[in-house]
Design a protein around this ligand. Structure first.
Ligand code: UD1
Length: 416
């Protein structure tokens, strides 16, 4: 499936179930190699990034099977520490295997990780923290060799609350000798989900959900069953789809409490949002208002992953608005295709200046990264005429079946 085809202009109606969270599932799958036995991961999204992680774990000696959306990982036979290049280069989350592998086998060999092309995405914070815990690194021809004679707890203060680095340190710390403190830890819900999974396996962690995590190493982790929470970014993406196309929808299982900044932004644009028992009920006004100025931030601020979908919505809202990206420096790849669809927007440094009120029209546009690609599909829902979004492989990295989900809401979307 290379492209997604959309006939726009149909207001969305009905309900859709929100899939399990990609950004929670990936580090939790990496964590399963710390358990010398079975982990049952429920509500796991069937997305390309999860399949890549499955391939990585299998390569390292895990036995994996699916039943519906439940994934059973038997990590009793882990016998490798060299990660295969192709998967590592395709997916940035493979970095979370670094801490986990070091904890399990005392060594790890990997290429520098890839992922969406949205900025420099260095890994210095990960490496500095692991060095503090007794890991020695060597780099030869773009391959990273990591070794330890035994992980040791440490007091680690992060210069930035990196999500990936916080997760890596947690993975290294739960079986390390002694106590680890992570100061200025990321507070994203996905970090919390990883902590909860680890706690289910018998890890000792205090301060879950705060910016100071205290881990006391234990000697082993035990088999467990864990349910991946719903994906706040997928819920937010479909919310913007409804904002752009109009209509009213129920986002079933949307993780409302994790979406405050996004819901605040949507409400400021005139959207009626009501948390209900089943999830989130959304009703779009006849005319969307400008939110003024939106700026990305670390959690609980407005998420960088929601920047492109909101950008698409702001192009059709009345008035001028500004969107500032402070987490990643190259995350405006959606601007050019949106202009092709008729949007009046321009980039100025880390800001995008949007003259709203555009009537978007169908076009052939290219997805160049995951969230930007999904945002183009959302834009197309409200565009007049037919849109082809090529490069849909990026979108399937994080959305299980975006066509099926949107068809459930009455949209005319299909993949070819
Ligand atoms: C980021 C997002 C996360 C999102 C994920 C997928 C933030 C804070 N993190 O996580 O919410 O789900 O992308 O899109 O919004 N950095 C360094 N050195 C490092 C690590 C990071 O300089 O070793 C910098 C990055 O260049 C970037 C910032 O820190 O500017 C955010 O990085 P981090 O949170 O680590 O990114 P991800 O874990 O990919």
């Amino acid at each position: 499936m290379d492209s997604i085809q959309i006939d726009g202009g149909i207001p969305l109606q009905g309900q859709v179930k929100i899939q399990g969270s990609k950004n929670a599932a990936l580090p939790i799958l990496a964590a399963t190699i710390l358990v010398r036995g079975n982990s049952l991961i429920e509500n796991c999204p069937k997305i390309a990034d999860v399949f890549q992680m499955q391939a990585l774990l299998t390569h390292l000696g895990c036995k994996i099977s699916w039943e519906g959306n439940s994934l059973k990982v038997d990590a009793s036979g882990v016998n490798g520490s060299r990660m295969p290049s192709e998967e590592v280069k395709a997916m940035r989350s493979s970095i979370s295997l670094l801490g986990a592998l070091l904890a399990r086998t005392s060594e790890a060999v990997m290429d520098f990780p890839g992922g969406c092309v949205i900025g420099a995405r260095p890994i210095d914070i990960h490496l500095d923290a692991l060095k503090q815990m007794g890991v020695v690194f060597e780099e030869k021809e773009d391959v990273l060799y990591a070794r330890t004679t035994g992980l040791e707890g440490s007091r680690i203060s992060l210069r930035f609350p990196s999500v990936g680095a916080t997760e890596n340190i947690l993975l290294a710390a739960v079986l390390a000798k002694g106590d680890t403190w992570i100061q200025n830890a990321a507070r994203e819900p996905e970090v919390e989900a990883l902590c909860e999974f680890l706690a289910h396996t018998g890890a000792w962690i205090e301060g879950i959900g705060t910016d100071t995590l205290h881990v006391r190493g234990v000697s082993r982790l035990t088999e467990t069953k864990f349910r991946i929470p719903s994906d706040r970014i997928v819920a937010g993406t479909y919310l913007t789809g409804c904002m752009i196309a109009g209509g009213s929808v129920l986002l079933k299982d949307a993780p409302v409490s994790q979406m405050e900044a996004v819901l605040r932004a949507a409400r400021s644009m005139g959207v009626q949002i009501q948390p209900v028992d089943e999830g989130l009920f959304v009703q779009t006004p006849d005319t969307l208002l400008s939110p003024g100025h939106l700026k990305t931030a670390v959690y609980p601020g407005f998420p960088t992953d929601m920047q492109s979908p909101f950008l698409a919505a702001m192009t059709v809202a009345g008035g001028e608005s500004i969107l500032t990206e402070v987490i990643f420096e190259n995350r405006f790849r959606i601007v050019e295709p949106l202009r092709k669809m008729g949007a009046d927007i321009r980039v100025s440094g880390s800001d995008v200046l949007i003259k709203g009120g555009s009537c978007l029209r169908g076009a052939e546009v290219e997805a160049r990264e995951l969230r930007g690609g999904a945002a183009l599909v959302m834009a197309a829902l409200g565009a007049v005429g037919h849109t082809t979004v090529t490069g849909s492989g990026f979108i399937y990295r994080g959305y299980e079946n975006i066509g099926r989900d949107l068809r459930e809401l009455g949209a005319r979307v299909y993949s070819v």
